[in-house]
Write a protein that binds this ligand. Structure first.
Ligand code: RM4
Ligand code: MN
Ligand code: MN
Length: 405
């Protein structure tokens, strides 16, 4: 007698096969999906109003790796973890690397932090004071070293640089300062390393930011060289910007290097990816699936979320599941039918090809793929059953302050 899971999987595969979908190849691609989780998503974070501490959160970077290993164990696709320096500063990065490896993980993107020191009040690499720019550049160079020591090949940059008042500083001079600093960092990177450049329209600067949008990040990366690419954070756009279009454009330029997945309702809310606008996430994956078929595209798919009131490991699991589902749906789009509808001017026919894929319940497919990878068909239920959260609450108590520091 088959289980309910097996019956729903068989039913879905039957329907998809009848519709001409190559289910085996969709499953194969789903099994090779990769999602990097952020160390800071496991620690206590908050808003500018409050941090609500949770029991059992990691007390150091080693414990963050242990939590990330749970997410990988249950989903099968999260083998790398991004780190943020100095939040994840340790005495011996080789030890952190070995610890990660012992848990079946590796260190992913290294994220410098140029926004919390008092010196950076007027910016870091764009600061009018040469001594501050020197300090910022030295920190970036330190992160290149850390990447080397941890076996990472990605330096992921986000700058809080900007101004709060019109006239405060020169846009152009600030841009020149940034390019000069980044040229030095780029030159210090080994051949195998890539630099990802993230943009954001506001916050913490409120009048202008020095990398406000994809155009600013793209042109800076073009100034630096091939291994400088743009990182798209889904929370970093003005409202109503068509992000899937931005994604297609950057892909076509060969400069889309990475993602920071999250979701937002208003600002840079860093909520669980797919929790507010799952259709947008699907449409982004539709573009990505197409690009994956073009050779030579490497994109680092990373989550950048802060879990303020929700249990952190469960939040991460749900995020990964949402990404698996978005990818699965995008893989089901009838590409030949879509092309035919587009070419014959069948506007709604083309649109409905997307809706057909989007409205497919792909959960049985994703559950099966997770099981194939040694994970769980229902990761959140399996996590709750494992008793890990309770054990950690016992062992770690109230954690150790915030992931912000
Ligand atoms: C920024 C940006 C960066 C992240 C920091 C903490 O808004 O998204 O990627 O590292 O927040
Ligand atoms: Mn980000
Ligand atoms: Mn952000």
């Amino acid at each position: 007698m088959k289980s309910t899971d097996e019956r729903s999987y068989d039913g879905l595969v039957g329907r998809l096969s009848d519709a001409g979908v190559d289910v085996a190849s969709a499953e194969e691609r789903l099994r090779s999906q990769k999602v990097e989780t952020p160390s800071w998503g496991y620690g206590d974070t908050g808003t500018r109003f409050a941090v609500f501490p949770q029991e059992g959160v990691p007390r150091d970077p080693f414990e963050k790796m242990a939590d990330a290993a749970q997410v990988h164990r249950l989903t099968g696709v999260c083998s790398s973890v991004a780190i943020h320096i100095p939040w994840d500063r340790v005495d011996d990065y080789g030890e952190l690397k070995r610890h990660a490896e012992s848990l079946g993980l590796r260190i992913g993107a290294v994220n410098p932090n140029l926004f919390q020191e008092p010196e950076y009040k007027l910016g870091s690499v764009c600061n009018p004071a040469p001594a501050v720019r020197r300090r910022a550049t030295d920190h970036l160079l330190e992160c290149v070293e850390i990447a080397g020591e941890t076996g990472s090949d990605v330096l992921s940059l986000w700058f809080a640089d900007g101004t709060n008042y019109a006239g405060q500083d020169s846009f152009t001079e600030r841009r020149h300062r940034m390019v000069e600093c980044l040229e030095e960092v780029y030159a210090a990177m080994p051949e195998s390393m890539r630099m990802l450049i993230e943009y954001k329209p506001y916050e913490p600067a409120f009048y202008h930011t020095d990398l406000a949008d994809w155009g600013a990040a793209l042109t800076v990366s073009q100034r630096l060289g091939e291994r400088a690419q743009v990182l798209v954070d889904l929370g970093h756009h003005a409202k109503e910007v068509n992000i899937e279009y931005v994604v297609a454009l950057l892909l076509d330029e060969g400069r889309l290097g990475g993602f920071h997945f999250n979701n937002r309702k208003y600002g840079d809310d860093d909520l669980i990816v797919g929790s507010v606008n799952p259709f947008e996430l699907f449409l982004i994956y539709v573009e990505l699936v197409e690009a994956e078929e073009r050779a030579g595209t490497r994109i680092d798919y990373m989550i950048d979320q802060t879990h303020n009131i929700e249990p952190k490991i469960e939040a991460m699991l749900l995020s990964v599941m949402n990404l698996q589902e978005a990818y699965a749906r995008a893989l089901l789009v009838d590409r030949a039918g879509l092309a035919e509808a587009r070419n014959s001017g069948d506007v709604l026919g083309a649109h409905r090809r997307l809706l057909d894929a989007y409205s497919t319940d792909v959960r049985p497919l994703c559950a099966k793929v997770r099981e194939d990878l040694g994970g769980a068909s229902d990761p959140i239920a399996a996590f709750k059953e494992s008793g890990y959260a309770e054990r950690m609450a016992e062992e770690r108590g109230q954690g150790a302050g915030t992931g912000w520091g």
